[in-house]
Write a protein that binds this ligand. Sequence first.
Ligand SMILES: Cc1cc2nc3c(=O)[nH]c(=O)nc-3n(C[C@H](O)[C@H](O)[C@H](O)COP(=O)(O)OP(=O)(O)OC[C@H]3O[C@@H](n4cnc5c(N)ncnc54)[C@H](O)[C@@H]3O)c2cc1C
Length: 383
Amino acid sequence: MDFSLSTDDRAIQSLAHDFVRREIVPVAARHDLLASFPHAVVAKARELGLMNLGLPPEYGGCGAGALTVAAVAEELAWGCAGIAACIMLNDMVALPLLLAGTSDQQAKYFDLLRGGVAAYALTEPDAGSDAAAIGTLATRTARGYRLTGRKTWISHAPEAGFFVVFAKTDPEAGSHGISAFLVDRAFAGVSVGTPLPKMGQRASSAAELTLSDVEVPAEALLGAEGEGFTLAMNVFDRSRSMVAAFGVGVAQRALDEAVAYADTRVAFGRPIKSHEGIGFKLAEIGMRTEAARLLTQKAAWLADAGRSSTLAAAYAKTFAADTAMWAAVEAVQVFGGHGYSQDYPVEKLMRDAKLLQIYEGTNEIQRVVMARELTGGRAWQNR
Ligand SMILES: Cc1cc2nc3c(=O)[nH]c(=O)nc-3n(C[C@H](O)[C@H](O)[C@H](O)COP(=O)(O)OP(=O)(O)OC[C@H]3O[C@@H](n4cnc5c(N)ncnc54)[C@H](O)[C@@H]3O)c2cc1C
C-alpha cells in the first residue's frame, strides 16, 4: 500500500491548505451563526479548481481519485466542515454519473456541476437508514417516467441545479426495484422547501424536495432500471472516505486548537500542557486522529485500486466520525469555560462533528455493514 500523493495532487492539497486559512477560517463563524450558504467561498474554490476534483479533465476536473479527494476534504474540513461540504458535495454527485452515466448524460450534467451545485436525493421522511423502503415512485409513461414522492434532508437542495433521485420503478421488488434518475430543478412539479434548521455544519443547507408528478424523459434514467440501490451503495463505498476525511479534518483542528490553548493557558503557575491530565488528552487526540487518517487513506486507496472497499470505508467513516466527535468534546474540555463560549472555535467543532456520525449512513448502520462483511466471508478482500 502506498498512500503518497503525486506531485500534482500534493500541489492541490497545498492549494487547499492555503485557501482554508485565507478564505474559509475568516468567514466560518459568520456562516455558522447566520446559517448562510457561502456562495462567495464556493465561487472562489471553483475558480481555483478545488471543486469537482473527480471530473475528467475535459470537463474541468482533474480526474482525481478518492485519495486526493480525501486529502483535500481533510484540509477544507479543518477550516469548516459545513463549508467543506458545500465545496465537496458535487464530487459525491459526480460519482453515480462516473459509474453509470452515458456519455450524453455526463456531457450535460458534468457541465452543470462545473457551473453550479447539485444534490443527492435518497432519504425520505419515512426511510433513512432503511433505504430500500423508500416510497418515491417512478411509473413508466410514453416518453419516460413520472416521479412522485417526497425526499428530506437533501443537502444543497435549495441551491441545486439538478438532483440524483432514487425512486421505485418496481415497488414489489424491494431493493431490486429501485432506479436512479437525473432530475433537473427546472422540471415541472419539482419543488424545494425552505432550509431546515440544524445544529451544526450550518453553512451547508439541507431541505425537503417534493416531486409532484414530475415528467422526466427516458434519458433521465441513470444506469439500468432496478440497479439504483446497487449504484447508491457503490457510491457510498467511495464517498464514505470523503466523509471520513471531514472527520479527520475536524479532529486535527480540535488537536491544533487544544495544543495552542494548552501552551498559553496557565493554571497553578504553569502552562496547562505541562499538567499530565491535559498532556495525555493531547496525546490521545493526536493518536486517534492519525489512526483515523490511516483508515481513511486505506479506504480511499482500495477504491482507487478498484478493489472492494465496503468494509474499509465503513471502518474509516465510523472511526473518523467518532474520533472527530470525541476529539471535539475533549478540546472543549481543554479550553475549560472558554470551550463553552462561541467566542472560541471548539464548540462549533462539537456541533459540526455530530453530523458526521449521522449522514452518509449512520455509524450504527456502518456497524451493521461491518458485521455483514465480517461474517459474509468477504473481509479478506479489504485487507
Ligand atoms: C444535515 C443532514 C444532511 C443530510 N444530507 C443528505 C443528503 O444530501 N442526501 C440524502 O439522501 N440524505 C441526507 N441526509 C439524511 C441522512 O443520511 C439520514 O438522516 C440518515 O441516513 C439516517 O436516517 P434517518 O434520519 O431516517 O434515521 P433512522 O433511519 O430513522 O434511524 C434512527 C436511529 O436508529 C438507528 N438505526 C436504524 N436502523 C438501525 C439498525 N438496523 N441497527 C441499529 N440502529 C439502527 C439509526 O442509526 C439512528 O440512530 C442528511 C441528514 C442530515 C441530518
